[in-house]
Design a protein around this ligand. Sequence first.
Ligand SMILES: [Zn+2]
Ligand SMILES: [Zn+2]
Length: 351
Amino acid sequence: MKAIVYGGPGRKSWTDVPDPTIQNPGDAIVKVDTTTICGTDLHILKGDVPAVREGRVLGHEGVGTVTEVGQSVTSLRPGDRVIISCIKSCGHCANCKSGLYSHCLGEEGASGIGWVFGHLIDGTQAEYVRVPYAENSLHLLPAGVTDEQAVMLSDILPTGFEIGVQYGRVKPGDTVAVIGAGPVGLAAIATAGLYGAAAIIAVDLDANRLEKSREFGATHVIASGDADWKEQLLALTDGQGVDVAIEAVGIPDTFSMCTEIVRPGGNVANVGVHGKPVQLHLEDLWIRNINISMGLVNANTTAMLLKLVAQKKLPAEKFATHHFRFNEFMDAYDTFARAAETNALKVVITA
Ligand SMILES: [Zn+2]
Ligand SMILES: [Zn+2]
């Protein structure tokens, strides 16, 4: 089969590799029908994730069709359409039993690490993928949900919702600011209303992304390049700041912005993946009773979010801005890597 193979920092190719085979009784082989590229894949290609070895098939998001199942798999059959969750879950370890799939203790990839696809085991940017713990790591797709909608449930929608909205403790009536209106920030914007946010403020440098954020439910937008961005934002509150500030970029500046705009007693939910240390001004924050949260997605809300997509309560298809076929995979990477020029949010790549 063909797959996107990591060749060390800066190197990748769409090339021939052996077809995956069943290795454990709980495995399934899935023919990938639709996949996408994540910011994390670009981090890997920069060499920021040294655990990814040369020869690894990249990708952790995908939708496909089951072609083969291991002996112990009873709830899936060849022909089933499925969402591949970005997080493995064995379903029976102590962490899985408490919903902390991001730290599944199953041996696959590495015990204690839930994100294994395109990281510690071969991933989804391929014609076929082996899915461990298939009964827990795959979600059956109802007929009315398209591949393009479903692929947004592999990672970005659960990540924005769980790590932004749930960890940020959004509650009815809240004013929520989301710093960074990329795919995951937009996912937080799209799901903040589920917990009753009254106002959702998108903050970004990019005018196109700000405009796009309105389609996902932002009630206000602020250009963070404006010298008075903070005054504009505070003017949308009672002057005290927002109830919840969600960081969805992953750089020190945007984290600091969140701590500057959150009201006393409020929550800062960090969703961005940081590559550098951040200065935490505890000397200022302690007296303001601020909660700070962060994490890797558990993907334990995927089934719930899928129901909302199926009922057209979440506009998952709107994340898809560019479409490619598998033989154009390298172009898809190029378009996604130049998102500032191409206005790409999610590039959808189909077999
Ligand atoms: Zn991802
Ligand atoms: Zn587990």
